[in-house]
Structure formats: structure tokens, C-alpha cells
Design a protein around this ligand. Sequence first.
Ligand code: GLN
Length: 521
Amino acid sequence: MTELTHLTISEARDGLKAKTFSATELAQAHIAAVEKARALNAYVLETPEKALAMAKASDEKIARGEARALEGIPLGVKDLFCTDGVTATAGSKILGNFNPPYESTVTQNLWNDGAVMLGKLNLDEFAMGSSNETSAYGPVVSPWLRRDDSGSNSLGTVLRSARDSATNTLQGDAGLLSKFRVPGGSSGGSAAAVAAHLCLGATATDTGGSIRQPAAFTGTVGIKPTYGRVSRWGTVAFASSLDQAGPIARTVRDAAIMLRSMAGPDAKDTTCADLPVPDYEAAVTRGVKGLKIGIPKEYRVEGMSPEIEKLWQQGTEWLRAAGAEIVEVSLPHTKYALPAYYIVAPAEASSNLARYDGVRYGLRENGKDIADMYERTRAAGFGREVKRRIMIGTYVLSAGYYDAYYVRAQKIRTLIKRDFEEVYAQGVHAILTPATPSAAFGIGEKGSGDPVEMYLNDIFTVTVNMAGLPGLAVPAGLDSQGLPLGLQLIGRAFDEETLFAVGQVIEDAAGRIALPQPWWA
Ligand code: GLN
């Protein structure tokens, strides 16, 4: 039998139902795998006791024939979701001791369906980043190595000795450290944990690409649902008009199973749509016959890896062969999306992060008066990237620059949204693009001098958040270095079903890619 940690969610569900193994055994196998993988730093907090208690409750439910949709399925939770009585750090020092007295709607929905919580997953600080290197709890290391590096069987030892045990940061020769790949961000812990078999699926969030880019970098499947499909209540806010939670899993079907549980109306979030949640799992077998798939010519950007371009072409051929009609489409305002996103997102972040002032929750650094206390707390509590975003955001919202930056960025946002509406009005059902312009880069390789180098990772994903549409990343193959590459499908608003249907066709055509062997254990 396959190792328990190597099952998909749907296989685990069947095995539990058939009593081939128990939820307790499934949880134990994962707890052991998580312990052995600490060098990857995917989890910021392991909750084995909670997992075993939840698994025991699941076993009782199964014994009574009352199994729910995700009964006994062990999941990881991005540490941006508030979990009742379990610290939620948002990857920041400022929330290092924050113990929320409530549960986010997304995680509550998962527990209500019987899922088991293994722990909290690392992320970029306040979900700002594309590599998981901005986390105050140290970078996550991807389980993927380049083919040229994976021959060295000492890399596990190198990684373990490079981890400073107190801070979890990586210390050592930059050349050596850059052999380790980033898992992408900001949901890097989620993606790495799913790819390294440290959970069967994970929650994640996506403001500008944070589900899809790490999924693409790690050979996993991730979906950012339509804005309003999933409640934001209890999820630490980054940019409220862009943030959406979604799953990262190992197959399209598993992502569909998870999203169905996570999604749905919620009176506690007024931006959450009052719409029934379809049976996404039923949609995965629909196929693509009769569907019109758009290929946007503006996504052929300079600097895109030729291997990704080839894979994109391959993707269109797979879909054509499966019966879809392929049409070229135009999204003319694409080139303005990235600069506009990096105005809108920091603007909202600067406002959302104003609440971390040392008064109500989290870190407090005492000062001589209240203003001094605010300053000291925020100076000590926020990392560099978060401070940069707060400064950009405050600047673009300031009286003299509001019209020049913020208002213009909002106008561009409307134009981007209209581009998509026009394409869908021509009868296009979904759009196919690469998920990222390159495969995963090395730790420390990008963005230390010029942050824009890092921001360019989001070039194919931010448009989708700006337009509020659903986007799915699905692995489509490996590059010449053996690293995964992903394709992105962009859908019509609230039509995640089509994305699952098309995504399944790509997964079938590409074949599920073999995930890495545990060199880190
Ligand atoms: N990389 C983007 C940013 O840093 C997106 C992050 C996200 O989606 N949370 O803003």
C-alpha cells in the first residue's frame, strides 16, 4: 500500500471509509513526517496533540457511520488564519504572542467537515512576498532541488547545519544556500508542506498570486477563488479588496474537495457572496468539449523563460486535443497591472496594519509616551518589506499624491476588469497563461537589491486579483533542471467549476509529476 502521507485527499477519504486505516494512524504518519522535515521550516507551529484529538473524534464519527466531507483528513493551516487558542503570527514578530480568541470562518468550515489540524504553516510576513524569505520565522526551503544539485546527498546535512536553531534563519555561504530553492510566497509553507507530504492539503491566501505562484514553484495545485467566494473573516488582512483564501493540494480533485468546504456565504464578511457552493468535485470530470479557451497575446512578456513559453504552447495543444476551441484574445491593459497592484495593495495594507500599535494585541515596546510607544513597537515588530509597503501605501494615499497614484491605479483596475469582461463577452470560458515567468529561484538570489525584481514574479497573477476573478495553477511539467512549471487558468466570476474541469484535463495530459524524495529527513 502507498505510504499514508503519499495519499491524495480523495484516496485517504476512501481508505478511511473502507477502514483500511484509521484517522489516528493517518494523523500519526503525518506528525512523524512533519517532525523529520523541520529543516524545511514549513511549519511555524506543530499541533500534534490537537491533531490526535481531532483524529480520535473522526474515528468515532467513522465508526458511527457519520463521516463528513473531510472526515479525518490532516491539513496544514497558513499562519494567517486565526485559530481559536492557537497562536496566529501572520509571519510577523508583531503578532508573535497573539493568541486569537476566535476561529476564522475558513478553518471553522474545514473543522465542521471533519478535517484534522496538523499545525500552522510559515508564510511571508503579513503575506507580503513571493519567496517566503520575508517571514520573521526564517525562510521555508522548497523540497525541490535542481537536477544538478540533487546528486549531492549531503544537502540535507548542509541545510540542517545552516539553520540557526534560535532564529531558524539560514546562515552560511550564499553560494551554497542558493542551491536551495524558494517555495514561492507568500503561501510558501503551505506549498512546501503539500509537496513534501507533510499534510494532504493546506489553506492558503492570495492577494496578488500567493496561492498560484507557490503552487507552480512546488508542483502542486492551487486555486484563488473569485473575490467573495470565500469568507475573509478571521484571516489577517493584507489588502482587503484583493485578499482571497483558497486551497493548495496535490491534485485538481483534491483542491476541488477542499474549496467546497472552505467556501460559502458568511454573515460575518459583508463582501462574501450569498451564493450556493457548487459540487466542485463533480466538475472535475466534465472535460473541455465545446469550451472556448483564450490565449492572451499580452502575456508573451520579455524575459519569460523559453521553457515556459513552450509549455504554454503544449498546454494549448492538450486542450485542443481534448476538444476545446483555442482562440487568441487581447487583454490590452495587462502591462499596467503590476504597477497598479503595487499601489493599491500597499495603500490598503498601510491602513490595515495601522491597528498593530502595541495597544490591543501583539508586541508592545514601552516608550516615554504613547507616540513613542507606537513608534518603538512598530519599528521593532515589522520587518523590512512590511515597512516598505507601509511607506509606499502611506505615500500614495497622502493628500498631495492621492490623485496621481491611488486614483489612477484604481482607474487602471477598472480597465483591467473590463479587458476580461470583453473577452468573456466573446464567449470565452477560460483563459490559459503561464503561472509564473520562471521556475523557482534560489534562496537569497532575488530582490535583495531591487525589490521590483521580486515583484516581477507576480506579473501573470496580479491581474486576476485586480479583476476579482478565479485563477487556478496546475503543474504542467518539469524544466530542464527538473523543477516544476505551472500553467494558470483564469475563469469567469464565480465559475470555479470550469477551472476544475479544464485543470483536470491538463493534469491528465501532463501526468501527475513525481514529487521529490525526502533528502531533508
Ligand atoms: N507577491 C505579492 C506581494 O508581495 C502577492 C502576495 C500575496 O498574494 N499575498 O504583494
